[in-house]
Write a protein that binds this ligand. Structure first.
Ligand SMILES: CC(C)(COP(=O)(O)OP(=O)(O)OC[C@H]1O[C@@H](n2cnc3c(N)ncnc32)[C@H](O)[C@@H]1OP(=O)(O)O)[C@@H](O)C(=O)NCCC(=O)NCCS
Length: 166
């Protein structure tokens, strides 16, 4: 399932992720298996929205992982990664529900007090979405790994989690 989901995300919005579609397509089944194993072993929570009973109705995904290394000047931090809602479900509140659950999981399951993320400078829809959910740019950025002429902007919000309405 990981391979199919990841390829769907990268095909839909190639610039939204640090991994390139080409690199993902080159991965062998063994490498996908290793990635799935590593994902289940780290300190993380994966949220999958699926309208089907057999994984065929994939609608969206978000992951929160404890950040490594931690910034010693800050309380425990988690990263929000792999944010994706399928086009037919955008603007309907599913992304809000997933993010509210992701914040809750980061706080209550991982013990984090800050949630951070990285976003492409031109991903205006994602930026608006994150701002509505109380994320603010930190001022930190780095060249975007897939296109170093663009920036990856870092945003963060404090936890504990308070649900944000649609
Ligand atoms: C990012 C994502 C999860 C947000 O989910 P969504 O259902 O689209 O989010 P919403 O519709 O609730 O909110 C989007 C916001 O952008 C605004 N928006 C919609 N289309 C826009 C556009 N083309 N340009 C700028 N803003 C736009 C909406 O008005 C809304 O603003 P508001 O929060 O101030 O009301 C979803 O769009 C997605 O999966 N995108 C592709 C993958 C991606 O970019 N992931 C993020 C990686 S960092």
């Amino acid at each position: 399932m990981l391979k199919a989901v990841r390829l769907e995300m990268l095909t839909d919005t190639p610039m939204a992720y640090i991994e390139s579609l080409d690199a993902a397509r080159r991965q062998t089944d063994t490498q996908w298996q290793e990635r799935a194993t590593a994902m289940s072993a780290d300190a993380s929570v994966t949220l999958v929205a699926d309208s089907g009973v057999d994984g065929s109705g994939f609608c969206g995904l978000m992951r929160v992982v404890l950040k490594h290394p931690q910034d010693p000047g800050k309380p425990l931090q988690a990263m929000l990664i792999s944010v994706y809602v399928a086009p037919r479900h955008r603007g309907l509140g599913l992304a809000d529900e997933l993010l509210n659950r992701a914040c809750k999981a980061a706080c209550e399951d991982l013990g984090a007090q800050h949630l951070e993320l990285g976003v492409h400078q031109d991903n205006s829809r994602a930026l608006a979405f994150y701002r509505r959910h109380k994320f603010e740019t930190t001022g930190a950025s780095r060249p975007y790994p897939q296109d170093t002429s663009k920036l990856e902007l870092f945003m963060e919000r404090c936890l504990p989690w308070q649900p944000t309405a649609s």
